[in-house]
Ligand binder design. Structure first.
Ligand code: B3K
Ligand code: ZN
Length: 878
């Protein structure tokens, strides 16, 4: 497999003026007639030569040039292309292809899901529908006619506006859609099915009435209200905050059961994984409600950042994804608790992105090469990409940021552009030279910050020496410094903010001081202080960096109670917990039994539990420990057994110390009233969930606590509470676990999204028999490799179950490897994702290394391996 490189980018040799598709769905195949008007591109390097179109898994039936049939010896096909030897500079091309959507298990292109037809064209699925210039910098106006049997497929949808519909002979019918906005092929969509819809409307600030429709299977119609409400909130928010209004007259969302990702922003016709549309209190958890709100907003925001202004090539993916994630994060912060929102973003960054960034798969936010682009829809491109936009926001300040954004849209509406174009608009609007900032796009790896404090009492002089260093990553042995916006605050011993009274002209962002670290090492001085301040640093997590720990535990304990910045307050508690857990993992087992967890830590956690934090979601987050998957990043060599033992011992010790407080909190906030998705109620449930999780860790020999789990389950009036109880019970081996799992399955076997939870909760269990259980679940009648949600629920979750996946017997490795190899033949995108847990094999002991490596080799060497899996496994082997 040859990699594609950014440096080889060439503008397209042909441009498409318009494209008309006639897609005829028949019982066992689909016929596609694609008629396009093409011109040679004046800006291309080459001014002559053949026309090369991409196409995969297609049967070519006919090619016509300006109406004349092209003789078969005048064109050539390969499994990936169609090449037509001689074409004029301007011409009309007609290509007729046949495809078999029912056999499409890769879920890319046109496929069938629960009876309906749908499409997924990003990144390169359109070439499975017809031969085409399937690249994001070829934009054209699409006209789509769909023909199908009327009774089974009453609903026929495509992008744009409905312009005609009518009956055809033999019980068939047609519709015609016209999309006035030029778009690349990856934004094309089609849906055909027997669907019902809910409809609403939104009046834009300029007074246009937009019809909003959500299409689902009839039995799910009552689960769309939350998605619709979220869409309306997102539309309003984008007008108010970014001044962006929706452009078509109709906005459609379709929920499908089989989907490789979360959702897709096709112009005017979003196609969603049902998981991010359907919600009712009985079937969805608070986290699901939040996820739906965020993903609905994300796809809606793409209409401007992605669709109206799109990417020149796939290396620029973060241009649309990083920016749109940042926008959806801003939206979520405005809708709910901003601090909790930020905490969850940072948890993902630290636990998932930092890990990727130090693994064999590390890549820059703008990658330089890829074998399979679908492997680059990563936390680095998305979430680190969003952090880059956030840093621009922090560096420039709010006003200049929004000016820069408006300039970006004004300059590039209707174009396919690069990350430089975005940063240039920000530079021009702010008058700053942002060329050094581009290093964030090109350099992989997480910068490490080292901070040293100095204090001179006599002069009242406080100093900070900040140095940065980015470790090497594959292909990038040497790194240069990046510009880091460091938001800080200084506090006195009572926790009062001193920053406001500082002398010197420090730039401010709200309550914080902004330090710009641009060099490998830099000094900052603060005068006018009367006593040594407490430093609150990297407030709001103002840059995606690792802080080399320089603070004492007492200092962290102080900040966890006193910092004004709620995010940093949480961060201090989190860092303290991390240190304590690390101690337990790294100490000699002999000492360990003697010492236990330090009193000061227990006291600090107790002050948190007893604190007056009124945002209960925030309190819940402060109590929640860093996960095993986070803690392990700090270990040179990971011993899964030792990590697991130490982690759980630490958690139990903390739970035992706090037991009465946790029970008090639990009783105080436990509510059994009707479900409301409100900030207060979500906070209450979340806090009770954390309390129950701690208490359940003590339940092995405590019937009173086992009973607490049971009653929580039995009294649960919604899925959030039911899952809290089930998750707790599944950690315990015994009757309760079996009883609740059986009850749950019996109650919910007709709801696929709920059954995903049932599969996942068992795969995540810390109980001793987990591998065997997962093995058994693979043979459960409801398990299917053809449904990505189910595969992610069982195999994806199990891969994150660190202790059991890395079971010393190798049984976890064997199980996942077997599934990956089988899945790769069906759905390479999902198979490649499932290989993630094997990537960091070098961090384990010799025996595990050998087993992990053998698994990766079997993937690389598999006959007929996909590009997707090959690239991931091969890079991991290094
Ligand atoms: N843009 C899509 C992702 C498409 C994934 C292709 N493998 C969803 C999103 O980020 O909004
Ligand atoms: Zn996106």
């Amino acid at each position: 497999f040859q990699p594609i490189r950014l440096v080889d980018y060439q503008p397209p040799e042909f441009l498409v003026e318009r494209l008309s598709l006639c897609i005829s769905l028949a019982a066992d195949h689909t016929l596609v007639r694609a008629t396009s008007v093409l011109h040679r591109n004046r800006d291309a390097a080459k001014k002559s030569g053949p026309l090369l179109l991409s196409g995969e898994h297609l049967e070519l039936l006919e090619v016509r040039l300006n109406g004349e049939k092209v003789a078969p010896d005048a064109y050539r096909t390969t499994p990936e292309s169609l090449e037509i030897d001689t074409v004029p500079d301007d011409f009309q091309l007609e290509v007729v292809t046949r495809l078999y959507p029912d056999r499409n298990t890769a879920l890319s292109g046109l496929y069938r899901s629960s009876g309906m037809y749908c499409t997924q064209c990003e990144a390169q699925g359109f070439r499975r529908i017809t031969y085409y210039l399937d690249r994001p910098d070829v934009l054209t106006r699409f006209f789509t006619r769909i023909e199908a049997e009327a009774e089974s497929f009453p609903v026929l949808l495509a992008n744009g506006n409905l312009v005609a519909a009518g009956r055809l002979p033999q019980g068939r019918h047609f519709v015609e859609w016209d999309d006035p906005f030029p778009k690349p092929s990856y934004l094309f969509a089609l849906v055909a099915g027997n669907l019902s819809q809910i409809e609403d409307s939104f009046v834009t600030r300029s007074g246009r009435r937009i019809v909003l429709q959500i299409y689902v299977e009839e039995h799910n119609r009552h689960k769309c209200d939350h998605a619709m409400a979220s869409l309306k909130k997102a539309m309003k928010w984008d007008e108010e905050v970014y001044g962006l209004e929706y452009d078509l007259d109709q906005y459609m969302i379709v929920a499908v059961d089989h989907f490789n990702m979360g959702a897709m922003e096709n112009k005017g016709l979003n196609i969603f994984n049902a998981k991010y549309v359907l919600a009712s209190p009985e079937t969805a958890t608070d986290q699901d409600y939040l996820g739906i709100q965020a993903v609905i907003a994300h796809e809606y925001f793409h209409n401007w950042t992605g669709n109206r202004v799109t990417c020149r090539d796939w290396f620029q993916l973060s241009l649309k994804e990083g920016l749109t994630v940042f926008r959806d994060q801003q939206f979520s912060a405005d809708m709910d608790s901003a601090a909790v929102q930020r905490i969850n973003e940072v948890r993902t960054l630290r636990q998932v992105q930092f890990r990727e960034d130090s693994s064999p798969l590390a890549h820059p936010v703008r990658p330089e090469e890829y074998v399979e682009i679908n492997n680059f829809y990563t936390v680095t491109v998305y979430n680190k990409g969003a952090e880059l936009i956030r840093m621009l926001y922090t560096l420039l300040g709010e006003a200049a940021y929004y000016r820069g954004f408006a300039l970006y849209i004004q300059r590039h509406d209707g174009q396919a552009v690069t990350c430089e174009d975005f940063v240039q608009a920000m530079a021009d609007a702010s008058g700053r030279d942002l060329s050094p900032f581009m290093r964030w796009y090109t350099q992989a790896g997480t910068p490490q910050l080292t901070i040293q404090e100095s204090w001179q009492q006599e002069q009242g002089l406080y100093g900070l020496t900040v140095s940065q260093q980015t470790p090497p990553t594959p292909g990038q042995p040497r790194k240069v410094p990046v510009p880091i916006p460091l938001l800080i605050g200084l506090l006195d011993d009572q926790g009062n903010d001193l920053t406001a009274t500082l002398s010197g002209d420090h730039e401010r962002r709200g309550d914080d001081v902004l330090l710009e670290v641009t060099e490998a090492e830099q000094q900052f001085r603060f005068t006018g202080l009367t006593s040594r301040p407490h430093l609150s640093v990297l407030r709001s997590f103002s840059a995606p960096v690792k802080l080399h720990s320089f603070r004492t535990r007492d200092e962290l304990a102080f900040l966890s109670v006193h910092d004004h910045d709620l995010f940093n307050r949480w961060d201090a508690a989190f860092s303290l917990s991390e240190l304590v857990l690390l101690d337990l993992v790294t100490e000699d087992s002999a000492d360990r039994d003697e010492r236990g967890i330090s009193d000061s830590y227990l006291q600090a956690m107790q002050s948190l539990v007893r604190s007056s934090i009124t945002d209960l979601s925030l309190l819940a987050e402060a109590l929640r420990l860093p996960t095993e998957n986070y803690v392990l990043q700090k270990l040179e060599q990971i011993d899964p057994d030792r990590l697991y033992q130490a982690y759980h011992r630490g958690k139990q010790e903390l739970a035992a110390f706090l037991e009465t407080d946790l029970l008090d909190l639990y009783r105080k906030y436990r509510s059994t009233g009707a479900y409301r998705f409100s900030r207060e109620d979500v906070g209450q449930r979340s806090l009770c969930g954390v309390c129950l999780d701690y208490l359940a860790s003590l339940a092995a020999h405590r019937t009173d606590l086992t009973e607490l789990c049971r009653s929580h389950y039995q009294e649960a009036g919604n899925m959030t509470d039911r899952m809290i109880a089930l998750t707790a019970a599944v950690q315990l081996e015994g009757d309760l676990r079996e009883a609740l799992l059986a009850d749950f399955e019996q109650a919910w076997h007709r709801e696929p999204l709920v059954m995903d939870k049932w599969f996942a909760v068992q795969a995540s269990s810390s109980a001793a028999d987990t591998v065997g259980r997962v093995e058994k679940l693979l043979h459960h009648p409801d398990f299917s490799l053809n449904n990505p949600n189910r595969v992610r629920a069982l195999i994806g979750t199990f891969g994150q179950n660190h202790f059991h996946f890395h079971h010393h017997s190798g049984s976890g490795y064997r199980l996942v490897t077997r599934v990956i190899l089988e899945l790769d033949a069906l759905n390479p995108q999902v198979a490649a994702r499932m290989a993630g847990p094997f990537v960091s094999w070098r961090r384990y002991d010799g025996q595990r290394q050998q087993q992990l490596r053998a698994s990766l080799r079997s993937m690389v060497e598999k006959p007929g391996v996909s590009r997707d899996l090959y690239e991931v496994a091969n890079k991991s082997l290094g």
